[in-house]
Write a protein that binds this ligand. Structure first.
Ligand code: CDP
Ligand code: CDP
Length: 222
């Protein structure tokens, strides 16, 4: 049976996972947050006091990397790390840890296997270009740095995580730079992805827009 897939890529904090979760509920699809997988691997490296920018450390860390995804929760060695991986130490190292080819190959394989068995909404940086090049709908979701930093700041403060607005701006700009200039699967808009600027859009606007676009695309392919 053929499965549908929606790929959402874009820079940090542009609202991809919020949109992805919302769309998956409306369409009754399964949602996969691929960023959480790279964050989980980064935490694994940090727990082992490894250097995330080192290829040999990353390859070593892959050998005993034990990750589990259950619904929207993610587990490392059996511990629920869904909240822990959102903290600043993970954010500021994740772009280094995930740039290595061996790391990306491992994650992409899991993501592609997952899409074989489910109707999916997947968000990340390389979903349209590498993971699901034949996705039914591809979205490239952007927003201004100001809108993204303000949203992420409010989100973290609401969760009780101590962080300054300036540090969030720095983190977002730094990750965008590394993610879009790396050698392996850089963040880039694929030619057939629809550009969606959410700077002035509410979450409901974004979800409704993606659901309508999906219905149009799926109709065209019938
Ligand atoms: O939610 P936020 O935009 O802050 O980041 P995320 O989606 O959780 O992704 C964290 C980091 O993982 C990104 O900055 C990328 O370095 C990396 N990532 C990636 O390389 N490829 C993906 N498909 C997803 C995330
Ligand atoms: O997954 P990504 O890093 O792209 O962003 P996110 O974690 O989904 O969204 C970052 C924050 O922006 C969340 O707290 C959302 O509630 C908020 N937000 C949004 O996603 N979309 C809007 N149109 C407005 C706010």
């Amino acid at each position: 049976m053929k499965h549908y897939s929606i790929a959402i890529d874009g820079p940090a904090a542009s609202g991809k996972s919020t949109a992805g979760k919302g769309v998956s509920k409306v369409l009754n699809f399964t949602y996969l947050d691929t960023g959480s997988m790279y964050r989980c691997f980064t935490l694994h490296m940090l727990n082992k006091n490894m250097d995330c920018s080192s290829l040999s450390d990353a390859e070593e860390a892959l050998k005993d990397f034990n990750m589990d995804l259950k619904g929207e929760k993610i587990f490392l060695d059996g511990t629920d790390v869904s909240e822990r991986i959102r903290e600043m130490d993970v954010s500021s190292n994740v772009s280094e840890a995930c740039k290595h080819k061996a790391v990306r190959e491992k994650m992409v394989k899991i993501q592609q296997e997952f899409a074989k068995d489910h109707d999916v909404v997947m968000d990340g940086r390389d979903i349209s270009t590498v993971v699901l090049p034949d996705a039914t709908l591809k979205i490239y979701q952007v927003a201004s740095v100001k809108a993204r930093a303000t949203r992420r700041y409010e989100e973290m403060r609401n969760k009780g995580i101590e962080v300054s607005y300036e540090d969030i701006v720095k983190d977002i700009e730094n990750r965008d730079r590394i993610d879009s200039t790396r050698e392996n699967s850089p963040l880039t808009r694929s030619e057939d992805a629809i550009l969606l600027d959410t700077s002035e859009m509410t979450i409901d606007d974004v979800i409704n827009m993606i659901v309508s676009l999906f219905k149009m695309k799926a109709g065209e392919n019938e």
